[in-house]
Design a protein around this ligand. Structure first.
Ligand SMILES: NC(=O)C1=CN([C@@H]2O[C@H](COP(=O)(O)OP(=O)(O)OC[C@H]3O[C@@H](n4cnc5c(N)ncnc54)[C@H](O)[C@@H]3O)[C@@H](O)[C@H]2O)C=CC1
Ligand SMILES: O=C(CO)COP(=O)(O)O
Ligand SMILES: [Zn+2]
Length: 347
């Protein structure tokens, strides 16, 4: 049998103001040498500066760089800063974390993930979602050596980011169904434990929906822990399969064609309603779960015109062709896409 490698973070710090302990956390992790903080323009102010101050207090020499998109160009921009760097810390949303993760992997440098929002389950995963005009790629990367999730920053982030993280987790339902289908039809590698963890996380998220409230530390902590557990499912599987199927293809298609895409998790949630219906499952259950967490369930709530929803549905199968899903190899015709979106009341 093939051997298998599962990477897990060595230390996970979740709590109010933990970013102010970044320096001592790095000391505990025995990080020696210079550190690069990767963030976005806003997230530098919101979290990056706190990390830098704390590192400098512990006498680390720190450089920083800001990126806006999760692209090859951003990875190259980070790469140009990496001579003599021992550790990269990504302080920001999913895009920042993916770029920092990928740049650290390419150079075999340690990486710490410091999310400023609980908006996606890539916080600990060993994969990076990188985009270019042709599409979106799930690239193998290293897991972070540590996670620093400052719940004071996360609770004060716009509520829609937290809701988006919850919707990304709800979408695990359809992702696992697609994965099972690929196992049956293509004999694809399938992990019972990764699938079970992914589904358990989604179920718990829905059960706790009433506890997800704006500005509450407890809510931020709950969602971070759920994203962590969904990310662990990805780590066990070694692929994003337990958390990304046809609903994610739909979201990646929207990212490509919509003039103003919505948040990743918001789009995946709506995608999950649509794909659950295609899969012959209980799509009303997904819709009601999303409503309970106050996530968008319609094109109007996504603020994306119906024509883009239909277009994304008809092209979703062309994204990540190697990933077999309910969309099959030919995907949906325009009329089938329209019927589906109308039936599920997405348009
Ligand atoms: N590698 C993996 O396994 C996974 C990767 N992803 C990727 O992650 C990305 C989605 O992540 P998102 O965080 O939704 O998108 P994002 O990184 O674009 O962040 C969304 C917005 O929130 C802002 N933001 C972040 N923290 C904030 C705060 N505390 N206050 C105010 N604004 C704040 C950001 O500056 C940005 O404008 C996608 O590219 C997706 O493909 C998603 C899931 C898993
Ligand atoms: O978003 C993900 C899981 O929530 C994984 O992303 P990919 O669809 O890029 O593999
Ligand atoms: Zn996702």
């Amino acid at each position: 049998m093939d051997s298998k490698k599962i990477q897990m973070p060595r230390e996970v710090h979740i709590g109010p103001d933990v970013l102010e302990q970044t320096g001592s956390i790095c000391k505990d992790l025995r990080i020696d040498g210079d550190i690069l903080v990767v963030s976005g323009k806003n997230t530098l102010k919101i979290g990056g500066k706190k990390a830098i101050d704390s590192l400098e207090k512990e006498n680390y020499s720190v450089d920083s760089v800001q990126i806006t998109e999760a692209t090859k160009q951003s990875i190259e921009k980070v790469d140009r800063k990496l001579d003599n760097i021992s550790l990269i810390i990504g302080v920001g949303g999913g895009k920042v974390i993916d770029v920092a993760k990928m740049a650290s992997t390419n150079r075999d440098i340690y990486f710490i993930s410091a999310p400023t929002a609980a908006s996606h389950d890539g916080i600990v995963s060993p994969l990076a979602s990188i985009k270019d005009p042709q599409g979106s790629y799930s690239l193998k990367a290293q897991s972070p050596i540590g996670v620093i999730a400052d719940t004071n920053i996360i609770r004060n982030a716009p509520f829609k980011l937290l809701v988006s993280g919850c919707a990304d987790i709800v979408s695990n339902y359809t992702a696992v169904k697609d994965w099972k289908l690929a196992k049956r039809l293509q004999n694809e590698n399938y992990s019972e434990s990764a699938a079970a963890l992914s589904l358990m996380t989604a179920k718990l998220m829905i059960t706790s929906a009433d506890a997800i409230k704006p500005r509450l530390e407890e809510s931020a902590r709950l969602v971070v822990k759920s994203l962590f557990s969904s990310g662990m499912a990805i780590s066990i599987a070694g692929t994003s399969r337990p958390a990304s199927g046809s609903e994610h293809k739909f979201s990646h298609a929207l990212d490509k064609i919509a003039p103003q895409p919505a948040l990743h998790g918001e789009q995946c949630g709506v995608g999950s309603i649509l794909m659950m219906c295609l899969q012959g499952g209980d799509w009303e259950f997904i819709r009601d779960a999303l409503k309970k967490i106050k996530a968008p369930t319609t094109s109007k709530e996504l603020k994306i015109k119906p024509e883009y929803i239909i277009k994304a549905l008809t092209m979703a199968h062309t994204i990540r062709k190697e990933r077999y899903t309910i969309l099959g190899d030919r995907g949906l015709s325009k009329s089938a896409a329209e019927n589906l979106a109308i039936k599920t009341e997405v348009i």
